[in-house]
Design a protein around this ligand. Structure first.
Ligand code: 6PG
Length: 241
């Protein structure tokens, strides 16, 4: 499903509504809400909304378990850290128990960190494929999502839950959730904003499948829910009814 919102603020509000709805549903059914946050800049507005009324007071933060869809392998206080951004915008302002926040600390040994992240997910979810209640994702201008970048070798792995990858263009290692796990989620929400994303959003949604070129096309959560939230600038090239 694609929802087009007037601007980034409206996109953040729509995402906050989905986040709160999914949290209420999960907590009522399973007494917990397992969410994987996205990195990048687009979700910052969402995180700041969730950290303030009315959303802050509408969510039972004690029952929230926070993971990440991916992380840049930089020191935790590095401005590029996804966890650092989420803590500053959201997690430092809501009462999620600290042992329920699971940052991916991968700046010293990315490959080992990806294995540890996999083991953490196995311990949390059990031996069956982890089923997140919500996974938030962004879309890069090159069609990447999480740290699934075009032409990467890891794109051909259809079973791994996590992986580490070296991103040449950014001279940076990253750790990422993999499609085999992302596609198990009950709800996957892409947040896409800005005119710079218009061409890639059209390609990912309209062009024939070419997931090595556009890895975001690997995200197809089966019978579960996939929602694209885009602002008008990002949706400008879509042929919508
Ligand atoms: C990251 C993200 C990445 C991001 C896209 C979009 O760590 O960078 O996981 O996949 O979501 O690059 O980023 P923006 O929201 O900043 O455009």
């Amino acid at each position: 499903m694609i929802r087009v919102l007037p601007d980034l603020d409206a996109l953040g509000r729509a995402a906050a509504e989905l986040f709160a709805r999914q949290a209420r549903l999960a907590i009522s059914r399973r007494q917990r809400f397992a969410v994987a946050l996205s990195g990048g800049q687009t979700p910052r507005g969402l995180y700041e909304l969730l950290a303030a009324p009315p959303w802050r007071d509408a969510i039972d933060w004690q029952k929230i378990h926070v993971f990440w869809g991916d992380e840049r392998c930089v020191p935790p206080d590095d401005p590029r850290s996804n966890a650092r951004m989420a803590r500053a915008a959201l997690l430092d302002h809501v009462p999620v128990p600290p042992d329920q926040i699971h940052p991916i600390l991968c700046h010293q040994n990315p490959a080992r960190s990806a294995e540890r992240y996999r083991d953490l997910l196995r311990d949390f979810f059990g031996n069956t494929p982890p089923v997140f209640d919500l996974i938030l994702l962004g879309l890069g201008e090159d069609g990447h999502t999480a740290s699934l970048f075009p032409q990467a070798q890891i794109l051909h792995d259809s079973t791994a839950w996590t992986a580490s990858v070296y991103v040449e263009a950014q001279a940076m290692h990253r750790v990422t959730l993999m499609p085999a796990l992302i596609n198990q989620a009950r709800l996957v929400v892409f947040l896409v904003s800005g005119a710079a994303k218009a061409a890639i959003l059209k390609a990912v949604l309209s062009e024939p499948a070419d997931p090595v070129r556009w890895p975001a096309q690997l995200i197809r959560p089966g019978s579960n829910e996939l929602v694209w939230l885009a602002d008008m600038a990002a949706a400008a090239q879509l042929d919508l009814p």
